[in-house]
Design a protein around this ligand. Structure first.
Ligand code: PGA
Length: 249
């Protein structure tokens, strides 16, 4: 059984003060313990978030990291810094990192390997652009992102792998993929991993992301191969995030 994961990706939103307000409000709420709740605040809010969540089961994630453990990489954050802070997860290869900051599949693959060697759980983001969807090449695009991204990781590592399928045209646009398209892609990704690594593909959690909100989450979560959601906009409000986590109620 794969435990559902609801991950809030705050992107570049919330100051320290706003983070504190959000977390204190969230801690007052009753969250479904059968669902894993994860908050990914901006890097500068990680320390504060860790200290406020120290006695809670809510997990902590970073939105990005460098692949090297230390060195002359001005402005970057290293995996060992995240591990030392008690960070559990790290989002890698988000489409905004790919399109705005030029991250390639090969660079993302080195980060994935580095996350594993530093005991961080990677969330590998994949997804096609609108042009690729319309041109019908969406499966080929996602296949290449998945296979390059996980290339070289040990089979055992897959047990802790999370893949987030986020069609670029559905991110922050209010336009979601149809349940059927999201479900078909999740199935396709699992099949790909099965072809590469066998039965362990059943352990990989696959999330859908792109304009998920409390009003539509149930439908996505009802699909067999969708194990959770990566949520941007609707994770910024504590009540909204709590109702996403409590989608089964
Ligand atoms: P959104 O973002 O929920 O605001 O569409 C999702 C994401 O980019 O992870």
């Amino acid at each position: 059984m794969r435990k559902p994961l609801i991950a809030g990706n705050w992107k570049m939103n919330k100051t320290n003060t706003e983070t504190e307000e959000f977390l204190n409000e969230l801690l007052e709420m009753d969250l479904d313990s059968e669902v894993e709740a994860l908050i990914c605040p901006p890097t500068i809010d990680l320390y504060l978030t860790r200290s406020i969540l120290k006695d809670s089961s809510i997990k902590l994630g970073a939105q990005n990291m460098h692949n090297e453990n230390q060195g002359a990489f001005t402005g970057e954050t290293s995996p060992i810094m995240l591990t030392n802070l008690g960070v559990d997860y790290v989002i890698l290869g988000h489409s905004e990192r790919r399109s705005l900051f030029g991250e390639t599949d090969d660079f993302i693959a080195t980060k994935l390997a580095s996350a594993y060697s530093n005991d961080l759980l990677p969330i590998l983001c994949v997804g096609e652009s609108l042009e690729e969807r319309e041109a019908g090449s969406f499966q080929a695009v996602v296949k290449s992102q998945v296979s390059k991204g996980i290339n070289g990781i040990d089979k055992e590592g897959l047990e802790n792998l999370v893949i987030a399928y986020e069609p670029v045209w559905a991110i922050g646009t209010g336009r979601t993929a149809s349940i059927e398209d999201a479900s078909n892609m999740a199935k396709y990704i699992r099949k790909l991993i099965h072809e590469m690594y066998g039965e362990i593909s059943e352990k990989v959690r696959i999330l859908y992301g792109g304009s998920v909100k409390p009003e539509n989450i149930k439908e996505f979560m009802a699909e067999e191969d969708i194990d959770g959601a990566l949520v941007g906009g609707a994770s910024l409000d504590a009540k909204s995030f709590a109702s996403l986590v409590n989608y089964r109620r």
